[in-house]
Design a protein around this ligand. Structure first.
Ligand code: ADP
Ligand code: MG
Length: 696
């Protein structure tokens, strides 16, 4: 799903924004070749240029003379070449030059010929030299300077922003394009609450954007604007959903009571609490929008089942939406087992079901003979009709965007209650930006009797010892996962690494003991291997990250992760959560390469220190200092341009309050500030928020 998930079309965009949203082809001197070049940077419209911020600004000193004290600074200085040293095949061309006070500076160039030097830097002719002054041994030097005539063209700007570039677009060209795009930014009415504006002394939007291009502040305000747009859109989605009339579903206990009585253990206090929150919502006649967070192994599946049985007791159907087919199958098997003996019919629908069997299943669903349907997104295709859908449970929420959530809410005559479940711990600040329209429940407790997973870090070089340990584990009847590194590059390489490792382990442990799954396998083949492992017929499952979410094999108590430093913390935590699901002592072995960055070291240390997913998520955010947390990569959801995690933490709560205030006080964005905020939504392409408002 594209990042602009609220995009509903251009027709309602305020006219004042049109020049800014023009295609780049409309800019001066942009032909089709340049359009293609810019597209590589995802720059397609003037607004993309205006939002394309520099990474830094070069601040040059304009000098007559140079001296030691300026080493390290970018400078512009007139120098006169005095001698050319051609240099050898491996040493650079060197031009000895002198400033107006007699100070020598070497100008060095790799890959330039002496002939080039004679035309470009003739001896005795003073030139304007632009570059960074360095020291090389005893001498001053400038490597690869820009050489300009003293008279000729205008001198280079003293302050020059440095933009992320792509082949064919120089920094000067980019600067030109950005300048032209910035000229298209209109003066807009203020949408930020005056007290917030005053508190930070922020300039207006256009001015902030220009300042950001000069690296003179402005970014905080832009981040705030972006978060405000995000929060407004989420609130509008929430208002829209909650304004629909839902259906109060109250259970009579005929399914849930026997289920609970038959459990071999008691519900945890946290499970009981969240079940109360969920059934409380379901008993209201407006649709539930609730996110259930709980670390891996905290027992969310049972909570989901109880919610679904409650919907069935109330005479409706329930659906469980899983992100992958493997998980859908596993959920179906687990639910069927848990609900064994209860008068409920639970079925599985995947994209693979075809022909007569599928038709029969769909007919049963449409006529209400199926109580609970489990599947991937296939269960919401148009061809699938429910008799009366009362509740949708979405597992692993982070793979579904807010747009899909909205689609769910609009399915059926009466919108169903929606319960989203995620095992991915999310710091509170990020949860607000992603799930801000939902109420939150948390299972902050693990079932009793679970031993903490012991995590060890071992050098990759000791892989032989690790394999020997694995062999003993297997001889004693244990099962293990072996996760292969994410190679920076293609799926082919991931697959190759895993295939090689599996072949190697087969030689050491026996061919019939080792199975392999990777992302490029067909779903039925993957499922078959997983099933063998789950049934205990395979002792070791070698995998790329396809096992990341959800598989449940309590007998597997050893997890080995190769090149662990290449995984994100959240991902490591998810992988580790595959073990420690039974009562046995579980171990997670993180194999690391030799050369670790400081950050990588800290991350592995943190993994060793704690099993607490929320702490890991918070620390991850700090260590990283930038995006790519928690599966954003997969979903592409909510990629912010300006709001980096640090700014999200600082500003999101305020943006949320601000959005609330705007909507509550303005009763739907109709006041002056509300009108301005509509423009903001379009500017950051949260147009669906406004679209909802109009249709509602
Ligand atoms: P999650 O989906 O939150 O990762 P699961 O629902 O898969 O966790 O539960 C993990 C394991 O814990 C399952 O085998 C489940 O049967 C078991 N379990 C769930 N609730 C409890 C409980 N209250 N006490 C003991 N075990 C439980
Ligand atoms: Mg689960």
């Amino acid at each position: 799903m594209p990042a602009r998930c609220y995009h509903t079309g251009h027709n309602m965009r305020p006219a004042i924004l049109n020049p800014l949203f023009a295609e780049v082809a409309a800019l001066k001197g942009v032909g089709s070749a340049q359009v293609r070049q810019l597209a590589r940077l995802k720059i397609e419209r003037a607004v993309d240029l205006a939002f394309h911020l520099p990474t830094m600004v070069i601040d040059r000193l304009a000098l007559d003379r140079v001296d030691e004290t300026m080493v390290g600074r970018p400078i512009v200085v007139p120098l006169t070449p005095a001698r050319h040293d051609r240099g050898g095949p491996r040493s650079p061309l060197r031009v000895a030059a002198v400033d107006r006070g007699g100070q020598w500076v070497d100008l060095t160039f790799f890959g330039q010929s002496a002939t080039w030097a004679q035309t470009k830097l003739p001896i005795g002719v003073e030139k304007r030299i632009v570059g960074k002054l360095d020291r090389y041994g005893q001498k001053l030097q400038i490597a690869h300077p820009e050489v300009m005539a003293m008279d000729g063209a205008a001198p280079p700007p003293l302050r020059e922003p440095v933009y992320p570039l792509t082949e064919g677009v120089t920094n000067r060209r980019m600067t030109q394009l950005v300048t032209e795009a910035l000229a298209r930014v209109p003066t807009l009415a203020e949408w930020i609450e005056p007290s917030v504006l005053a508190k930070y002394d922020w300039p207006g939007f256009a001015e902030a954007l220009k300042a950001a291009h000069r690296c003179e502040g402005g970014r905080d305000r832009l981040a705030y604007d972006e978060l405000l747009a995000n929060q407004l859109a989420l609130l509008l989605v929430r208002m829209d959903t909650r304004a629909r009339r839902g259906r109060a579903l109250a259970g009579d206990g005929r399914l849930v009571d026997p289920l609970r009585a038959g459990l071999p253990w008691a519900l945890t206090a946290a499970q009981t609490r969240v079940i109360g929150e969920i059934t409380g919502d379901m008993a209201q006649n407006q649709p539930m929008l609730r996110l259930l967070q709980g670390d891996v192994g905290s027992g969310k599946t049972l909570v989901g089942l109880i919610a679904m049985l409650t919907a069935v007791e109330a005479g409706t159907q329930a659906a469980l939406l899983a992100p992958t087919e493997i998980l859908a199958r596993q959920h179906h098997a687990t639910l069927t087992k848990m609900a064994a003996g209860l008068p409920v019919r639970i079925e599985l629908l995947t994209g693979r079901d075809k022909g007569k069997a599928r038709e029969a299943l769909l007919a049963d669903l449409a006529e209400g003979r199926i109580d609970i349907l489990v599947g991937t997104h296939a269960i919401f295709q148009d061809a699938v009709t429910y008799h009366d859908l009362g509740l949708v449970v979405v597992d692993e929420q982070h793979r579904f965007g807010v747009a899909q959530r909205l689609m769910l809410a609009q399915k059926g005559r009466v919108p169903p209650h929606v319960l989203a479940m995620t095992a991915t711990p999310i710091p509170r600040s990020l949860a607000l930006t992603r799930f801000g329209e939902m109420d939150q429940s948390q299972i902050d407790e693990r079932p009793p009797g679970r031993q903490p997973i012991e995590t060890r870090v071992t050098a990759q070089a000791r892989v032989e010892d690790v394999i020997a340990g694995l062999a003993r584990h297997v001889e004693n009847g244990g099962q293990a996962y072996w996760v292969c590194p994410l190679v920076d590059g293609t799926e082919d390489e991931d697959e190759a690494a895993a295939t090689t490792r599996a072949a190697f382990l087969k030689v050491r442990l026996g061919a019939d003991k080792v199975g392999l799954v990777h992302g490029k396998m067909k779903a039925p083949d993957k499922d078959a291997v997983m099933a063998e492992f789950a049934a205990g017929r395979l002792a070791v499952l070698v995998a790329t990250t396809v096992i990341e979410v959800g598989v449940d094999v309590p007998n597997a108590t050893l997890m080995i992760i190769e090149a662990a430093e290449r995984f994100g913390l959240a991902q490591l935590h998810q992988l580790r959560g595959r073990v420690g699901r039974g009562s046995g002592h579980s171990v997670c072995l993180l194999l690391r390469g030799d050369e670790l960055s400081e950050t990588a070291r800290s991350r592995l240390k943190l993994m060793r220190e704690t099993n607490d997913g929320f702490r890991i998520a918070e620390e991850d955010l700090k260590l990283r200092g930038s995006g790519e947390i928690l599966g954003t990569r997969q979903s592409g959801e909510e990629a912010f341009r300006f709001a980096d995690p640090e700014r999200v933490q600082t500003f999101v709560a305020m943006a949320r309050d601000d959005a609330r205030l705007l909507i509550d006080r303005d009763g739907g964005l109709d006041g002056a500030r509300g009108q301005a905020a509509r423009v903001l939504l379009y500017l950051f392409e949260r147009d669906a928020g406004v679209a909802l408002l109009r249709s509602g």
